[in-house]
Design a protein around this ligand. Structure first.
Ligand code: ATP
Length: 492
């Protein structure tokens, strides 16, 4: 069965078209995409088989929670509706330092086709993002240039290469010219949705998804100019079934390189795909992080690259007032938290527990006490988690109980109070300073004040809080939660 979607089709039209066809010719409708996206509690292995998320690659925490980078990336995409602000300077390393360096402040300067410019504005983009200012002119340059670009999630990479692909293709040519690979089929679908939206007025360009379940007849040549998929299926389409002629590809995009290399199979398949392409094919690689391993991989995939990097804005404790509360045991921590509840709900608060079990126990207890709290737990599907975070972000819930694993990479700006119900510790039980900073720190200089309250229930945890205090060289003050007046004076 083949599944395609066409740019410019309205939802109703595509359903009509689909219904008129035999199953073997069916197209991938928006509804199907939505359905696929809603099956996010499952993911595929490198061979395209559906496997439960617990079996995927990813570090296992003490609590048995899986930190799956692809899942995390998808969660970030699902909950983000706006560009991530970043005021750092973009670092550009040109392959040819003597060639002029172009950057644009408007989309007009890019001389896009009118249909594309309309699509960009229709998405609500007024001006290029920080990384797009430099990356877009490079990606659209003639003769083509290769690019490796790194910036944190949400800074506009996907939108940038989607625009590059759309402006690259020649709609008169009825074969695949742009190929984009992503680590999972959900991530590939997300990219496809951006291309569809951006190409809404560019109806001659067609898009196909090379993802599991999409089988084409051997030798049947694809007419879609853009193909997005996962490495396994793309490789099959290029080599085994010969649906795409890799020598006809003139733009190759590899997205989420850091997530891609977390799966050995994907890494090798990506390299095998790249080897099939012609020497003058333009290659673009994107990554949110840039450890050595990502860099090594990037160099294998992208010859003679220009490099663009946008540093993440650092978290700081400068505008955070930190406290600790001494409790005898767990029950007392719960009581202290209930005393704090009034302060928690003045703005919004996040409560961190060490384990999933503890988080759900705490949420249940607080609910029993009549407090309204939301729980973000590893047992939920990605989609359920995205919904909880969305509600919290929109202020529908004031207090969110979670574990560190669950909330990784999620920043909700309006949180003004963070409670470490359990202190962040490493496997040896020592202070995990990095996690502490992620939990309570603020990025950049937004300047708003924040509070952090740490619950201490043993000598060991007292020792941990002292380690944290020494590490950051910032005072952590004792707070008496039974003295409501003093507490309110300090916190509220
Ligand atoms: N120039 C722009 N102006 C306004 N919004 C933009 C612009 N470019 C992208 N966005 C929006 O910002 C959000 C993040 O963009 P995008 O998904 O392209 O970032 P990303 O760096 O690829 O992150 P991720 O890899 O997590 O998807 C999206 O909601 C997107 O629609």
């Amino acid at each position: 069965m083949t599944h395609f979607t066409m740019l410019g089709d309205s939802w109703a039209q595509s359903v009509d078209v689909q219904e008129a066809k035999t199953p073997s010719q069916m197209e991938f409708s928006k509804r199907e995409i939505t359905q696929l996206l809603s099956r996010l509690n499952q993911t595929g292995d490198v061979n395209g088989n559906v496997v439960p998320i617990k079996n995927t690659t990813g570090a296992l925490t003490k609590d048995g929670e899986v930190v799956d980078p692809a899942e995390q990336s998808l969660l970030n995409k699902l909950i983000r509706h706006t560009l991530v602000r970043n005021r750092n300077q973009v670092e550009v390393l040109q392959r040819d330092p003597t060639s002029p360096l172009y950057s644009v402040k408007t989309f007009e300067e890019l001389r896009l086709k009118p249909e594309l410019l309309k699509g960009v504005y229709n998405m609500g983009f007024n001006r290029p993002s920080r990384i797009q200012e430099n990356a877009l002119p490079m990606m659209l340059a003639q003769p083509p240039q290769n690019l490796i670009a790194q910036s944190q999630s949400g800074t506009g990479k996907t939108a940038a290469f989607s625009l590059a692909m759309l402006s690259h293709v020649d709609p008169a040519k009825k074969w695949t010219q742009c190929l984009c690979i992503a680590p999972t089929y959900e991530l590939a679908l997300q990219i496809g949705q951006v291309i569809e939206q951006m190409g809404k007025f560019y109806t001659d360009v067609k898009l196909a998804y090379a993802i599991r379940g999409n089988r084409l007849g051997r030798g049947m040549k694809l007419e879609q100019q853009i193909v997005i998929g996962t490495p396994g299926t793309v490789l099959d389409w290029c080599t085994k079934f010969k649906n795409i002629d890799p020598k006809n590809i003139t733009l190759f995009v590899l997205d989420e390189a850091d997530v891609m290399i977390a799966t050995q199979g994907h890494r090798d398949q990506s390299i095998r795909i790249q080897r099939q392409l012609s020497k003058d094919c333009q290659m673009l690689l994107f990554s949110a992080t840039f450890e050595d391993s990502v860099w090594k991989f990037a160099e294998q995939v992208v010859p003679d690259p220009n490099i663009i990097k946008l540093k993440r804005e650092e978290e700081t404790l400068d505008t955070i007032k930190q406290f600790y509360v001494v409790c005898q045991q767990e029950e007392d921590k719960f009581k202290a938290l209930c005393n704090l509840y009034g302060c928690l709900t003045i703005a919004q608060a996040m409560i961190f527990c060490q384990t999933r079990r503890m988080a759900s126990w705490l949420a249940t207890q607080m609910t029993k006490e009549g407090h309204q709290v939301a729980l973000l737990s590893g047992e939920m599907t990605v989609e359920q988690r995205a919904a909880v975070i969305d509600r919290f972000r929109n202020g529908k819930e004031k207090v969110l109980v979670t574990t560190n694993v669950c909330s990784r990479g999620i920043d909700v700006e309006q949180v003004s109070l963070v409670v470490n119900f359990d202190l962040p510790v490493d496997m040896a039980g020592d202070a995990d300073n990095e996690t502490y900073l992620h939990r309570i720190g603020r990025t950049g200089r937004f300047g708003r004040r924040g509070f952090a309250v740490n619950m201490i229930d043993s000598e060991r945890s007292m020792d941990v809080i002292q380690q944290i205090q020494m590490h950051f060289n910032r005072k952590i003050t004792k707070l008496d939660t039974s003295n409501l007046e003093e507490m309110e004076r300090l916190l509220c």
